[in-house]
Write a protein that binds this ligand. Structure first.
Ligand SMILES: Cc1ncc(COP(=O)(O)O)c(C=O)c1O
Length: 402
């Protein structure tokens, strides 16, 4: 794709044509989809929508090639080898698979260290295996609720075997200083499972540079379709792990009681995969490259500064992450329940998220019942922020009556 001119960006998103007054500020939940992604998926269904890896006919070859090309596209995008890229349903499922496979290599009494900034997908799979004796432990955050290497060091013990950590928080928008953390973890023989779901829509992931052992993300937060995600693992580690799922397509030779499974990544992808979605993800990557992370970050920073300047003027707004690294504003309106506020915002066609944002440890740490979260992506405009501000003012005056 040719470089995308940022002034034209909304034209790529049919949802804006169909809903001209839509102020979408729930991008941390999922991104909108450009027509190139939708078209690529329709093209597969309309022109070569058959199964992969199995057929010997031309069309199956075409579909298989498109699917494997998508894998190569992802691999290049995150600087991995094709064999290290496993397609799965989403970040949650990727993290579950990684954690369940790693759990089989751990013994009772081993520790998994994590953080209170995690999305539930990063910690609940470990809580799940805690019942077989694996101990889940958490670091303390610093006074700004950030993850620091020193606080990680303070919690590492001889039993710590895995660090399950977020690359960017979906509630506070903090980016983790991951390179130093991974380097330290490796000195201590600890494997690092990185949740990149919230980072990859906004910044370049280079798995070799950061040297993470495992990583997962979803396509749908980065212009891609729902129903597909990726987990990455270093090949030397992947080849030692036993898959969680068994069935069609992941094996070479099946006998009555014994099966020879394929090499990674194929042994981890059993059954018919999300073929159209893989093709859509490849297009989403092309789209990100055509927009450029530099432009994405610039737009987000400008809009965030604009939003902060407007919100500062409203005294009943409490912002919990004024120093966020991403375009995420985590806030409350004094004496108004976040769900009540979100309902009023809807009258202004402002879509944002209210509640715990699947990261309830953050709410607990902040000592709040829930928050509002406005999250910005590259197609947002000052009008979206103005609509949010109008919604907040309306909410305040509405609740002042009572
Ligand atoms: C940081 C983080 N990790 C993991 C996930 C889970 O992603 P999914 O729901 O696509 O599995 C999310 C989704 O909000 C997220 O923000």
């Amino acid at each position: 794709m040719n470089k995308i001119n940022i002034e034209d960006i909304r034209k790529y998103f049919p949802i804006y044509n169909n809903n001209p007054d839509f102020h979408y500020l729930d991008n941390a939940a999922t991104s909108l989809k450009p027509s190139v992604v939708i078209d690529a998926m329709n093209d597969y269904y309309e022109n070569y929508g058959v199964n992969i890896h199995r057929g010997v006919y031309k069309m199956s070859y075409l579909a298989s090639t498109a699917y494997e090309d998508a894998r190569s596209k992802v691999a290049k995008f995150i600087n991995a080898d094709d064999r290290e890229v496993v397609f799965c349903r989403n970040a949650s499922e990727g993290l579950n698979q990684i954690d369940l496979m790693l759990a089989k290599t751990l013994k009772s009494g081993d520790h998994v260290l994590s953080t209170p900034l995690e999305h539930h997908s990063s910690i609940l799979p470990w809580q799940n295996v805690a019942s077989v004796g694996i101990i889940l432990d958490y670091i303390d955050l610093d006074e700004d609720y950030r993850i620091t290497l020193n606080n990680i060091k303070a919690k590492i013990t001889d039993n710590t075997k895995v660090l399950a950590i977020t690359y960017a928080s979906n509630t506070m928008g903090y980016i983790t200083d991951i390179k130093d953390i991974i380097s330290y973890a490796h000195q201590k023989g600890i494997l690092v499972v990185l949740d990149a779901a919230q980072y990859i829509p906004h910044a370049k992931v280079d798995v070799k540079d950061i040297d993470c052992d495992f990583l997962a993300f979803s396509a749908h937060k980065m212009f891609g379709p729902t129903g597909i995600g990726v987990f990455y693992g270093k090949y030397n580690l992947l080849k030692k792990l036993a898959p969680v799922y068994y069935g069609g397509d992941m094996n070479n030779d099946v006998d009555f009681y014994k099966t020879e499974i394929k090499k990674p990544p194929y042994c981890f992808e059993t059954g018919t995969p999300a073929i159209a979605e893989a093709i859509g993800l490849a297009k989403a990557i092309e789209f990100i490259e055509a927009v450029g992370y530099d432009q994405i970050q610039k737009v987000e920073k400008n809009l965030l500064d604009y939003a902060h300047s407007k919100l500062k003027e409203i005294k009943d707004v409490i912002i919990y992450n004024p120093n966020t690294d991403l375009g995420i504003i985590n806030f409350n309106i004094k004496d108004v329940h976040p769900h009540d506020a979100a309902t009023i915002f809807d009258n202004y066609n402002v879509a944002l998220r209210a509640g715990h944002h699947c990261a309830q440890l953050v709410s607990r740490t902040l000592g709040v019942n829930g928050t509002l979260r406005a999250s910005i992506y590259v197609y947002n405009t000052k009008e979206d922020i103005d609509a949010l501000v109008d919604g907040i003012k309306e909410t305040i005056s509405f609740f002042k009556q009572f």
